[in-house]
Structures are given as structure tokens and as C-alpha cells.
Design a protein around this ligand. Structure first.
Ligand code: TRP
Length: 340
């Protein structure tokens, strides 16, 4: 008689971190304090780190641009500049890992139409892009994202809160796959989100920081460009600086940005500036950002001089990811009785 093994004999999944970004332009301070920082900390603790350059996700709401190879190189440069180390971490792209993409097919059978239609992040993105009819990839990319995470059996996913619905979808797919096909012990872990402890940074206009809103400070921006952007930042009419995110979001955001860069407390920054007002706050924020980013910008400037090397790193990472994806796909084929 065949029974499932007792839980003590089931495989325990080693901690493995998977996260990633769409290659739609340079990364900014929101990314830096949101997840980049966490990725590097985890890497430094010796945890396996996988980073996907989600090129197939860029075609959810736009045509694939001619600039894509350039955008991908910029992203690799950002990763290396902040300290992701390709000798320890695996940086790869969807397009270079066919077996990852092949997982989409069985995974689609494990997601229901109502749950796809309910996903609030997909709804928001579809609305923001001005799409009149939802296309199939926009609707199903959270399932493809489940393949990003599960092909390498990722257990921990550092993301912003907008990605939580995708993580729920991933967990449901892993659970359903294991229940339906994996009687001999789970093939996939149910990954957990790792949310940044820092409150989300806003852009210089007080709205969510994002490239498409043109309110972001790129990691790659020059010191002068940073000063210009921060001089133009929205503040309010109260001349006394305080840290009060609920009532004074724009001023508080500049205080928070300064405190994050200086690794101090926002309350203290606000107190020190106090009656010296918004101009002083902007000066201090500019200095803090430029000092914090100086070594990263220097490294990045060097890296971007050798685009061939950046591509080579991506190809190597993708080859390593591909071996893992082939292995996982073979396990899936066995479980689904399709390995003839
Ligand atoms: N959807 C993510 C974003 O827009 C990018 C992404 C793609 C991702 N695949 C992922 C994030 C897997 C975490 C895990 O930022």
C-alpha cells in the first residue's frame, strides 16, 4: 500500500530568495530603500539570491521597445552597483530561461478566472496604462510571476506591498500543484513575502515614486540633477519642519528620505531643521542623498563603460538559472505523467 510519507520525511525547502524588476528604465531611491537594500543584506548573510529581469512583464502594457537591450544592461549595472554580487547571486532574464516560461502552462490550469480578474494590482496597472481591453498577458502575468518564484523553489520574496496579491496567487498555485500532483511530498514551497520595514518613499511631487510619473530620483542621476529635482520638490505652506506623515506627507517624505540616507531617525532630522524651513530641508536632503549614493554612482559609472561584461554576467546567470529550471520542469513532468 502506498501512503504519503510522514511530515518529518517530506523535503524541507532551503531558504532561497527570489525577486526581480521589470527592465523599464533605471532603478530609483524607492527601489533602493524598498528592496535592493534587503537583497544585499540577505546576500551578505550567505542566503541564495536569485534576481529576475522580468522582460516578459514589460509587454503587459506596451510594445517591446528597441531600447530593451540597453534597458536590461542599465538594470544589471544598477544591481551590481548597489552590491549584488554575481559570484554569489544569480541574475537572469525571462527570455533566456525557456523552461521557466514553460511552467506557465501547467500553472495556468491551477489559477481560476475569478481570482485573476480580482487581482487589485493587475486592475490598477490596466487602468493606469489606459488599456481599453485587458490583454491575456496582463491578466495572467501573476501566474508567470509564480513561475519566476517557483522554478527555483524560492521561499522568500522581498517585495513592495503592491506585489502581495501576486504572492498569494503563487502560494495558491504551489499548494494546488502539490495537492493535485505531488503525492510523494511537495514539489514546491509556499513562499513568503518579505516587506521592507522602511515606510514607502514618495516621489518629489508627493505621489508614489515611479519612473512613469517622472517624480523619481534615479540611483544613476548626477549630484546636480539630484539637487535640481529636490529643489523642485513639493512642500507646504507651514514654515516649521516637522515629521508628520499623515498631515504633512510631502515635507515628511523629504525628512524620511534624509533620515534613511543618514541612517538616523526622521523625528530627529525634523527637530534639527525646525524653524529653518523647507529650503534648509531640501539642502540637507540633497547632501544626504548625494553622499549616500556617491560610492554606488562611482561604481555604476565604471560598470556601464563595459556593456559587454554586463551582458556576459546576465548570460552566465541565465545559464545557471536554466539548469535549475530544467531540473524543476523534469520534476513537474514526472508528477504530471508527461515524461514519455
Ligand atoms: N512584478 C514585479 C514588479 O513589477 C517584478 C517581478 C517580476 C517580480 N517577477 C518577480 C518581483 C518575482 C518578485 C518576484 O516590480
Amino acid at each position: 500500500m502506498i501512503t504519503s510519507p510522514p511530515s518529518a520525511l517530506r523535503p524541507v525547502f532551503a531558504t532561497r530568495v527570489l525577486t526581480g524588476d521589470r527592465p523599464t528604465g533605471q532603478l530609483h531611491l524607492g527601489h533602493f530603500f524598498g528592496t535592493l537594500h534587503t537583497r544585499v543584506l540577505l546576500q551578505e548573510q550567505g542566503i541564495d539570491l536569485f534576481v529576475v529581469i522580468a522582460d516578459y512583464q514589460t509587454v503587459t502594457d506596451r510594445d517591446s521597445p528597441r531600447s530593451l537591450p540597453y534597458d536590461v544592461e542599465e538594470l544589471v549595472a544598477d544591481y551590481l552597483a548597489v552590491g549584488i554580487d554575481p559570484t554569489r547571486a544569480t541574475i537572469f532574464a525571462h527570455s533566456l530561461v525557456p523552461e521557466l516560461n514553460q511552467l506557465l502552462l501547467p500553472f495556468l490550469s491551477l489559477a481560476t478566472l475569478p481570482e485573476l480578474l480580482r487581482n487589485p494590482t493587475v486592475k490598477e496597472e490596466a487602468t493606469a496604462s489606459g488599456m481599453t481591453a485587458l490583454n491575456g498577458l496582463m491578466l495572467t502575468y501573476p501566474v508567470h510571476q509564480a513561475a519566476d518564484i517557483l522554478f527555483c523553489k524560492g521561499t522568500l520574496v522581498p517585495v513592495g506591498s503592491d506585489q502581495l496579491p501576486h504572492l498569494e496567487q503563487t502560494r495558491a498555485i504551489a499548494r494546488r500543484f502539490n495537492r493535485r500532483y505531488a503525492q510523494e511530498g511537495p514539489v514546491f514551497p509556499e513562499p513568503e513575502a518579505l516587506l521592507s520595514e522602511a515606510p514607502a518613499l514618495l516621489g518629489i511631487d508627493g505621489r508614489k515614486m515611479s519612473k512613469s510619473r517622472h517624480n523619481a530620483i534615479a540611483l544613476a542621476a548626477s549630484a546636480d540633477e539630484t539637487a535640481r529635482l529636490l529643489r523642485a520638490a513639493t512642500t507646504d505652506s507651514n514654515p516649521h519642519i516637522a515629521y508628520d506623515p499623515d498631515h504633512r506627507p510631502e515635507v515628511s517624505n523629504l525628512v524620511l528620505l534624509t533620515a534613511l540616507c543618514e541612517e538616523t531617525d526622521p523625528g530627529q532630522v525634523a527637530e534639527e531643521i525646525g524653524a529653518r524651513g523647507a529650503a534648509e530641508l531640501k539642502r540637507r536632503a540633497t547632501k544626504a542623498v548625494n553622499e549616500r549614493l556617491r560610492p554606488i554612482r562611482e561604481r555604476r559609472a565604471q560598470l556601464i563603460n563595459d556593456r559587454g561584461q554586463l551582458r556576459a554576467i546576465l548570460r552566465e546567470g541565465s545559464t545557471a538559472a536554466r539548469e535549475i529550471a530544467q531540473h524543476t520542469l523534469a520534476q513537474v513532468s514526472t508528477a504530471m505523467h508527461t515524461n514519455y
